[in-house]
Design a protein. Structure first.
Length: 245
């Protein structure tokens, strides 16, 4: 049933909000809006002023935002989140959509609870560029910097390619990625250690390099908890995370 996109988006928001504290580097249960001196400062304010003050404090503390973008692709939802950089402060690792998804999947596997009903797959996206080989090479090169470092242990990789409404060929993308990946790594389509994601939709290309691919179970939520049973067997849309700053 392809009419479940709204439910899919709602579940994406739910997951992202659940892990928002990790995203901005706060311990669970922490409340950055609480100020020890706030009670004294609030004395004499009426309810309207208190609400206005609280809203202002929330806006000041807001370091991220989530937004669903239209893909015009059936069964596919794209969720963008923006992380606000603070000068002199190192961004938390969960500002990276791959690490954020790894955390979510670790919890789903540990709890053996899928957390979603309509959302079937989540694909983390690190860069979005124009869907042509020149732009793909420009943006995939820095993503490969870590695995291409000579100190990185020789490993195996694969390319996950998907193309909708565009004539960029699978062969040309595979040839490009194989040229850019260090020769110390071997192509292994069956059981790769890291995967280069190239997902094209019309004029946009979504890119990621996902290490420790075994942790992601091919991005399928239900594969992490196969014994969990739902009340229905309806097909579920998939989603993508994107991060920008």
């Amino acid at each position: 049933d392809r009419n479940r996109k709204k439910e899919c988006i709602r579940e994406c928001y739910y997951l992202l909000n659940e892990y928002a504290e990790d995203l901005i580097g706060l311990p669970r249960g922490a409340n950055p809006e609480v100020d020890d001196d706030s009670d004294e400062d609030d004395e004499g304010l009426d309810i309207t002023a208190l609400i206005a003050k609280e809203r202002e404090a929330l806006n000041e503390k807001k370091k991220f935002e989530f937004k669903a973008l239209d893909t015009d692709a059936s069964g596919v939802t794209f969720i963008q989140y923006k992380f606000t950089k603070v000068e002199g402060v190192e961004p938390p690792k969960y500002a990276d959509p791959v690490e954020l998804q790894r955390k979510i999947f670790e919890d789903i596997k540990r709890l053996q609870k899928p957390k979603t009903r309509f959302l079937h797959r989540i694909i983390p996206i690190q860069f979005v560029c124009l869907a042509n080989l020149e732009e793909i090479e420009r943006y995939i090169t820095p993503l490969l910097a870590r695995v291409n470092d000579p100190s990185y242990t020789p490993s195996t990789y694969a390319v996950q390619f998907k193309c909708r409404h565009n004539n960029v060929s699978k062969e040309s993308v595979f040839e490009l990625v194989n040229k850019l990946v260090s020769k110390q790594h071997l192509l292994n389509l069956g059981n790769p250690n890291f995967v280069v994601v190239v997902d094209i939709n019309k004029v946009c290309c979504c890119l990621s390099v996902v290490e420790k691919m075994r942790d992601f179970s091919e991005f399928k939520i239900r594969s992490l908890c196969p014994d969990h049973q739902d009340d229905d067997d309806e097909p579920r849309p998939k989603s993508s995370f994107s991060s920008s700053s």
